[in-house]
Write a protein that binds this ligand. Structure first.
Ligand code: GCV
Length: 653
């Protein structure tokens, strides 16, 4: 076992409580998705119980035993709800959509694999309509911010459809993900042509495969495509020729690719052309496309990651954190109803600790989606363990104090998108433990009430088998991992301090005198960016009481202190420690914690496949080396800046 099927590997099951039901599978309606559901059950049950189940289509009244898949055509729920009930000799999975049946089957298989006892009745409805993955895959096969090998969608400007594509679709469906954008939001070179006939047949084929697992295909588009491939001299959304050009492209796309979902757009950001290039608003830019694809049921997912990436570091007034709010808040209510604004979880860029983006509390009349990043660009690049589900859960539960009764982020969004952490590495995610992020993302997005630890344990049981102490150790490692990473990297919410461009490893001033707007402003007295009403006034983008809470040092959550406040090294935290002592202590602690993680892992030797054990161990040692580097660079930097000794006299260089 090398984890090619990740959590769908299935282990021999000893608990026999499901056995009496494993006589046959019957179903009332057959289609591609139901056929896949049956195939899934058949393969998994053979692996877990050694039983070869026969399946047949028959009238439901006649069935008195086995697993029954009942597609209730009277119902209207299409997002994937399902109901599982147990009677004397029957397990009945009922849904009003085929994908609901598929999800119900995966639920049942999960329960078998975890050796749970059957429960009489389960009803499950997805918490979000859009549960998406965004791949940043390029057509040459590279992946922007990819840490698990190359793309399995593209190679040398061709679309790949292989056994792996099918396994990928199975993995996604098993956790309820229902939409994928297969190409990078930075659409360059041949990727611009994905919307043309050149790639049509491949995409028809790919969409067919994905659809048979309830997954809709989306594409990232280049806003300047009317120029780059349409030979127009403009991409102005108000220009009739541009509109006409997009109409033709969209007609072809939606009429030929089955169940095609629509577009993801990165406009006016990091060098990409957008409506602002022509003096148009983001709403005008998005609505032009939305209007065209509405008749086909398509949606436009429009990213809010818009900021000036040509900032002068000497300019202390401009604050990158404020930019997307300033751009989008005034447009609330102007976007068409088939536009979704996709907002990154924080106002900067996927740091290990950031406040929740203030736009979530602001947009009352606009469809929004949350964007998170499973690819660990700033969280250890799948060399370090960093389980992100507790953080995603906190973001979803965050009280925005928005104007409607629905206050938490989770109540104000229509869906979630995650930048994928997959590639063509045999185990999908480079680090075997990073698969917990992919699994957990899907599970949480489908059922927001799930707990992060429960998800970690589930993933462990599905992946490694039901050994309780092994699963408990790994889950504990996962649950502590984000704080550990935070301890030895940039302190108290300040972010970055990474090597420019590849974003791995420490470089405190790497971005300090650069154009990207990501500064810590450390000098010999202190550190931090004053984003309060006395400073850049970013805090005022939040609703009360949050604005005041962040504005006041006394109430600002300490883990975000340096994000919001500029403070002296001698400032005393609630723990009684000064900021400088906190920096020293947390960095020494972080490295010790990685060492403890290695000991916990080594205690598991023999309890799992040796290849997997060794692969993880190797990465843990790489993490340790990197954590030491972080500790020493950060501690030395601040020791030299501040001239203040470590109260415990440890080695600082
Ligand atoms: C896909 C950050 C990353 C870029 C990424 C960008 C985005 O800047 O470093 O690689 O581009 O975010 O989210 O669009």
């Amino acid at each position: 076992m090398m984890f090619e099927e990740a959590w769908l590997s299935y282990h021999t099951v000893n608990n026999s409580s499901y056995r009496p039901y494993l006589t046959r599978i019957t179903y009332n309606i057959e289609d591609d998705i139901i056929r896949n559901a049956i195939e899934e059950a058949t393969i998994a049950i053979k692996k877990m119980y050694g039983i070869c189940l026969q399946s047949e289509c028959c009238a439901m009244e006649a069935v008195s035993e086995g697993i029954v898949l009942f597609l209730n055509k009277e119902g209207c729920e299409q997002l994937g709800s399902y109901d599982i009930s147990m009677a004397e000799k029957v397990i009945r999975i009922e849904a009003s959509s085929s994908v609901g049946i598929l999800y119900g089957v995966f639920h049942l298989l999960r329960s078998m694999s975890m050796e749970e006892d059957p429960c009489e009745h389960v009803a499950c409805s997805p918490s979000n309509a859009y549960r998406m993955l965004n791949h940043w895959d390029n057509l040459d096969g590279s992946i922007e911010r990819g840490y698990a090998g190359n793309s399995f969608f593209f190679c040398e400007n061709k679309v790949l459809i292989t056994e792996r594509t099918k396994t990928y679709a199975r993995l996604l469906a098993s956790v309820g993900i229902n939409g994928v954008v297969i190409n990078n939001v930075n659409v360059t070179k041949d990727a611009a042509l994905l919307i043309t006939s050149k790639y049509r047949n491949s995409l028809i084929h790919l969409a067919g495969l994905l659809n048979s697992y309830g997954i809709q295909l989306f594409l990232s588009i280049q806003y300047s495509a009317p120029m780059s491939i349409g030979q127009l001299e403009t991409a102005d959304p108000c220009d009739e020729r541009v509109i006409h050009w997009w109409e033709g492209v969209c007609r072809e796309l939606f009429l030929t690719i089955p169940n095609f979902g629509g577009f993801l757009v990165k406009a006016d950001s990091e060098g990409n052309v957008g409506p602002a290039t022509y003096g148009r608003t983001q709403a005008q830019g998005a609505n032009m496309l939305a209007e065209i694809i509405k008749p086909y049921g398509g949606i436009v997912i429009w990213r809010c990651f818009v900021y000036n990436c040509q900032q002068d570091w000497r300019d202390r007034k401009t604050d990158r954190a404020k930019s997307s709010f300033e751009e989008f808040a005034p447009l609330d209510g102007e976007f068409h109803d088939n536009v979704m604004l996709q907002i990154k979880n924080g106002p900067m860029d996927f740091q290990v600790r950031e406040p929740v983006h203030p736009l979530f509390g602001e947009l009352d009349h606009t469809n929004t989606m949350l964007e998170v990043q499973l690819a660990q660009e700033y969280t250890g690049q799948q060399i370090h363990v960093c389980y992100l589900i507790p953080m995603i859960k906190d973001i979803l539960e965050f009280q925005t104090y928005g104007n409607s009764n629905k206050d938490c982020v989770k109540d104000r969004i229509r869906g979630i998108a995650a930048v994928a952490n997959t590639g063509d590495d045999p185990n999908w995610t480079g680090h075997d433990l990073a698969a917990a992020n992919l699994y957990g993302y899907g599970r949480l997005t489908f059922q927001l009430e799930l707990d992060a630890r429960q998800i970690a344990e589930e993933w462990c049981r599905m992946t490694f088998g039901v050994d309780a102490s092994l699963c408990s150790s790994i889950s504990t490692m996962l649950m502590n991992s984000r704080e550990t990473y935070e301890h030895y990297t940039a302190p108290l919410g300040i972010g970055w301090m990474v090597n420019p461009s590849n974003h791995y490893g420490p470089n405190v001033d790497g971005y300090e005198y650069d154009r990207w707007g990501t500064y810590h402003r450390a000098d010999c007295h202190g550190i931090g960016v004053d984003r309060t009403s006395e400073g850049t006034n970013f805090t005022s983008q939040y609703k009360e009481p949050l604005a005041s809470l962040y504005d006041d040092i006394a109430t600002c959550p300490e883990e975000l202190l340096l994000f919001f406040h500029r403070l002296q090294y001698s400032y005393q935290l609630r723990s009684g420690k000064t900021i400088i002592q906190h920096i020293y202590d947390s960095h020494f602690d972080g490295v010790d914690e990685v060492q403890e993680m290695i000991s916990s892992w080594m205690a598991l030797e023999g309890g799992m496949d040796a290849i997997v054990y060794n692969r993880v161990l190797k990465r843990l040692y790489m993490q340790l080396e990197s954590a030491r580097e972080w500790r020493d660079v950060i501690n030395t930097y601040f020791y030299r800046k501040s001239g203040i000794d470590d109260s415990r006299g440890r080695i600082i260089y």
